[in-house]
Design a protein around this ligand. Structure first.
Ligand SMILES: *[C@@H]1O[C@H](CO)[C@@H](O)[C@H](O)[C@H]1NC(C)=O
Ligand SMILES: *[C@@H]1O[C@H](CO)[C@@H](O)[C@H](O)[C@H]1NC(C)=O
Ligand SMILES: *[C@@H]1O[C@H](CO)[C@@H](O)[C@H](O)[C@H]1NC(C)=O
Ligand SMILES: *[C@@H]1O[C@H](CO)[C@@H](O)[C@H](O)[C@H]1NC(C)=O
Ligand SMILES: *[C@@H]1O[C@H](CO)[C@@H](O)[C@H](O)[C@H]1NC(C)=O
Length: 552
């Protein structure tokens, strides 16, 4: 466990006001040998652990993480889904901050403002995510804010996903040479991969008969959708990426790359072992992994008969779409604030901009690339947000290579991809997937309403089918093959924010862009100043700092 200090700072004003509590973490990031699928390889550990330490916090806590990079490569960590209000400076993507160089440390400071729910952090540099450096972030509701279910007996974190045995440096070399990393080798569950009938397997978790537990589950893989289920038990969905949901009960749930949710499981079966099963979805030759869930005082091993997965292929997609549509926001539950979460009527706001995004795969000069609307993003040597802030963006890269409509033809431009977005616009983003594989997209800095998913091609008439009442507010959306997905959000968080494929091969080879959301006021009301201690790099190292934002 990392050292955690909790301190409460009091303002020394006439009226003593409690500032929100601080949580301090010191993280040492090192290499170490791990073997999630039984094959030893170089992993990335945080304080010696894989998965890394959990950040357990409460809405509005201030989180301070001092990261010591003891790898031999530059490192950046991101806090996916944590909205970082007014603060893209430390969002942890290569276009917003300079990397933490080997042998140095950097301190992230952010507030989990008005958020609850389940998230995870991971490295955005190189192919580090394929080696670890990731862990769970759980944000509890503040005391006195009602949570729409009884306090569970305990909370269990499950970070699962596909895994490659090749090691992150080899995987990176493959991508750099213009090839695909291909199929993963299996699925890991919290750093292990279990097989049915393994008598030496230790339980993942132990439950006491009669009690109810919260399982927070994230798909931290690189490309594979996963279905999970628990032998003999049902899963009651209560939270999805920061929103309390209508509490439907499922036998199994599809979880796509980058997505997190919470289910309640009641230990209401005979006291013995049960298998938790995670299996791949929509892969020609699928694979699965199991972990034992034990009952305290349990008397027997788990049955070797695993619960069947849902259908695959075409029927499986229909099954999965239906399940997606059954995920609804509970409009009367409180979120991070005491008022009901549905009091924000997103369905009544006029759309000010529609951005239609189509993903594609290209071979460019003999090398594999991926892109969005004909543009394949490449990293600039200086973080784009710094070029913009220091006023040298225009001479360094071209804004708006990506247009609001996918282009005709197959030309591909490779370069830094930044879309100029207007502060406070209410935007609709339509993701069109004309490829044969499933996609997932994540937007930093915001949560959005996932209003629709349908097979076929999107047209404006499809808006009639949107869920404009109780779509879940979340940060990652999947797009089925030859289908579309639509999201809506208000761009009220100034900063530069990454919209990326959460499938790491695709993001690494260009299927991502940044939204530059600038407030014309240049006021502290809208965006924080760059932190005093921010490390600079590239073209801005010796430049004079711009006039700081003023106001409050
Ligand atoms: C996590 O945080 C919650 C609320 O802040 C607290 O009640 C709980 O004991 C914490 N759990 C752990 C394992 O630290
Ligand atoms: C690096 O760590 C030291 C010791 O904990 C701390 O005092 C310093 O502020 C850290 N530096 C940065 C840039 O975060
Ligand atoms: C929604 O939340 C409310 C308030 O906690 C709760 O009473 C209700 O049962 C929940 N509704 C559903 C359908 O889950
Ligand atoms: C939204 O657009 C409609 C039709 O163009 C218009 O009548 C209405 O006033 C607009 N609503 C708002 C809140 O701007
Ligand atoms: C971005 O758009 C705004 C208008 O919405 C315009 O004033 C500004 O010049 C644009 N910035 C760039 C870099 O194109």
């Amino acid at each position: 466990m990392g050292k955690i200090f909790v301190a409460l700072f009091l303002c020394l004003s006439a009226v003593a006001m409690a500032e929100d509590p601080y949580l301090f973490f010191d993280w040492k990031v090192t290499y170490g040998t791990i073997a999630p699928l039984g094959v030893p390889q170089q992993g990335i550990l945080i304080n010696g652990q894989f998965p890394g330490p959990k950040i357990n916090c409460t809405s509005n806590n201030n989180i301070v993480v001092n990261v010591f990079n003891q790898l031999d490569e530059p490192l950046i960590l991101t806090w996916a889904g944590i909205q970082q209000r007014k603060n893209s400076w430390q969002d942890g993507t290569p276009a917003t901050m300079c990397p933490i160089l080997p042998g140095t440390n950097y301190t992230y400071r952010f507030q989990v403002k008005d958020q609850i729910g389940s998230y995870f952090y991971f490295p955005t540099t190189a192919l580090h995510r394929a080696a670890g450096g990731l862990g769970m972030i759980q944000i509890h509701s503040r005391e006195l804010i009602p949570v729409p279910f009884d306090n569970p007996a305990d909370e269990f974190s499950v970070l699962l996903g596909d895994w490659y045995n090749k090691g992150h440096k080899t995987l990176k070399k493959i991508l750099d040479s213009g090839h695909s990393i291909g199929r993963p080798d299996g699925i890991q569950i919290n750093g292990k991969s279990g097989k049915v009938g393994d008598k030496d397997a230790q339980p993942l978790f132990t439950m006491e008969a009669g009690k109810t537990y919260r399982y927070r589950v994230c798909n931290v893989g690189l490309r594979t959708s996963v279905n999970f289920r628990l032998q003999g038990h049902t899963l009651k969905l209560v939270e999805l990426e920061g929103s309390h949901t209508v509490q439907n009960v499922y036998d199994s749930i599809d979880l796509h790359v980058g997505q997190c949710l919470s289910v309640l499981v009641t230990a209401n079966q005979a006291p013995k072992d049960y298998y938790f099963v995670a299996s791949s979805r929509f892969l020609k030759q699928g694979f699965s992994s199991v972990a034992i869930i034990r009952y305290a005082n349990g008397k027997a091993p788990a049955s070797p008969e695993l619960p069947a997965p849902p259908p695959d292929n075409t029927a499986g997609i229909a099954w999965s779409v239906n399940q997606f549509r059954s995920f609804r926001w509970n409009l009367t539950a409180s979120a991070a604030r005491p008022n009901p979460q549905g009091s924000y009527h997103y369905g009544k706001i006029n759309i000010t901009r529609t951005i239609k995004i189509a993903n594609s795969r290209y071979v460019n000069n003999g090398k594999l690339r991926f892109g969005i609307n004909g543009v394949s993003h490449s990293e600039h040597e200086t973080p784009l947000k710094l070029l913009e802030y220091f006023g040298i963006a225009d001479s360094s890269f071209t804004y708006d290579l990506v247009k609001d409509e996918p282009p005709q033809g197959n030309n591909v431009i490779v370069g830094p991809s930044v879309v100029n977005a207007t502060f406070r616009n209410f935007v609709e983003i339509v993701f069109e997937n004309r490829e044969k594989t499933i996609q997932t997209y994540h937007l930093d800095g915001y949560s959005f309403f996932a209003v629709g998913i349908e097979p076929g091609t999107w047209t404006p008439e499809k808006r009639k089918n949107y869920n404009l009442l109780d779509a879940v507010s979340r940060h990652t959306i999947h797009v089925y093959p030859n289908s579309w997905a639509a999201i809506m959000t208000t761009l009220d968080n100034a900063g530069m924010w990454n919209l990326r494929s959460d499938m790491w091969e695709r993001a690494y080879l260009g299927q991502q862009l940044y939204l530059s959301v600038l407030s014309p006021a240049r006021s502290l009301r809208d965006e924080y100043n760059i932190p005093e201690t921010q490390v600079l790099c590239g073209a801005v190292v010796d430049m004079p700092k711009p006039t700081p934002y003023a106001g409050t």
